[in-house]
Design a protein around this ligand. Structure first.
Ligand code: AMP
Length: 113
């Protein structure tokens, strides 16, 4: 989608701190990190949000989670723990309309509220 921020990052039209790239996704450092490790894993194909994950996208969704887990592992977070978050819509505070998995870790994250 031409005007989509994360489509433009995924296609390298816009600069970003890219930590991983494969045929289906990229992982980038969040520009406003909420934790010492804050990485976003986003598909290269435009998908608006978690609400658009249907049966046809099960494999893609699993791949995003696998890449997020690999990023966590590479940052040594397996023993301390980490959080994966997908926001959908206004109540969750989704601010970018392109599916992304947040990986947050490196400090105690507190209870979900
Ligand atoms: P969400 O609120 O779930 O839609 O998360 C969007 C995330 O994208 C926020 O954590 C932002 O800090 C992050 N973000 C916005 N613009 C950029 C950018 N250009 N590069 C990396 N992360 C970004």
């Amino acid at each position: 989608m031409s005007g989509c921020l994360f489509c433009r990052i995924a296609s390298r039209e816009l600069p970003a701190d890219i930590r991983h790239e494969d045929d289906r996704c990229v992982a980038v450092a969040d520009v406003a990190p909420q934790a010492p490790v804050h990485i976003l894993v986003l598909p290269k194909a435009h998908v608006a949000s978690a609400a658009d994950i249907d049966a046809s996208r099960e494999s893609l969704a699993g791949h995003l989670l696998a890449v997020a887990a690999a990023q966590a592992r590479s940052h040594g977070l397996d023993s301390s723990g980490y959080r994966l978050v997908l926001n959908h819509g206004a109540d969750a505070g989704q601010s970018v309309g392109h599916l992304h998995v947040h990986l947050l870790g490196g400090r105690p994250l507190g209870a979900l509220g």
